[in-house]
Design a protein. Structure first.
Length: 279
């Protein structure tokens, strides 16, 4: 079968959560999506709260991945141990809460593996090597997965590209997160792995990486430190669709899927959300 995987860029603030809630299910229906992975590490501005995880699942995510702000909201720590559907980078110290890899049921009984890794260059050099961690997981608990997906949360384009080429032919898709800036390099590598260097973000469109432009300008002009606030105005949802031929094990198409609200758009008040049925 042709398996359609949607990877959604970092959700930023309550504004990003609202945008996800209003647009994700329609995009999934339009593109016949079978499985959706959402990076949620900025849903609380910095970090993820348990209620935000419930909201992301309720919006239509199957799995949530995280990154360098995982521990910015320590309330998520117990939740990480309780829910296999929320992943934090696998190359964190092994004594920390949660897990960085899981195998999930897809259509027709397919076993879909999702691996969350974090880069070290200009982020955290104390992490274990994401390359070596990927090797261990692929040779161990990931060897029985029918499809393998990787969210590589990293700063450097070079590190993300190197990871994709390193995993070419051993995974079906590798995408980058963290920078909040979508890249225009969708491609299929020679051995069949789909790649995009960065998905982008889900949140305020008229912003600097989701925050008010004046907050960022103030920092670069040497102003007094101030708390970053999410920008106002229309929002955008940035994501990428990977089409995988499960018979060959190759990615056969990679396409950006973006939704940008019109100028002057005012989101309607959110309907009450049920608690996501994830345990």
């Amino acid at each position: 079968m042709l398996l359609h995987i949607l990877a959604v860029g970092d959700v930023v603030s309550e504004r990003g959560l609202d945008c996800l809630h209003h647009h994700l299910r329609a995009l999934k229906k339009e593109h016949d999506i079978h499985f959706t992975v959402v990076n949620g590490e900025n849903a609380a501005g910095l970090g993820l709260l348990p209620r935000h995880a419930d909201e992301i699942f309720d919006a239509g995510a199957d799995v949530i991945t995280l990154g360098n702000h995982t521990w910015s909201r320590l309330q998520i720590a117990d939740h990480l141990d309780q829910s296999p559907y929320i992943l934090r980078p696998a190359n964190f110290a092994p004594n920390l809460p949660g897990r960085g890899f899981g195998v999930f049921e897809g259509p027709q009984g397919l076993r879909i593996g999702v691996l969350n890794l974090m880069g070290r260059f200009e982020l955290d050099s104390n992490l274990s090597s994401p390359f070596e961690k990927a090797d261990r997981i692929l040779a161990g608990e990931g060897k029985d997965a029918d499809v393998m997906l990787v969210d590589f949360h990293a700063e450097a384009t070079s590190e993300k590209g190197a990871m994709a080429w390193y995993l070419d032919g051993r995974t079906q898709a590798v995408w980058g997160t963290h920078t909040h800036v979508p890249t225009a390099d969708t491609q299929i590598l020679p051995k069949g792995t789909g790649l995009i260097t960065d998905l982008g973000m889900t949140g305020p469109a008229n912003s600097v990486l989701g925050i008010r432009p004046q907050d960022s300008i103030n920092k670069f002009l040497g102003g007094l430190p101030r708390r970053y606030e999410a920008a106002d105005g229309p929002c955008k949802l940035e994501s990428t669709l990977f089409t995988i031929d499960t018979d060959t094990g190759n990615c056969v198409a990679v396409m950006r899927v973006d939704e940008r609200e019109a100028a002057g758009h005012q989101q309607t008040k959110k309907a009450p959300r049920r608690k996501a049925e994830r345990q």
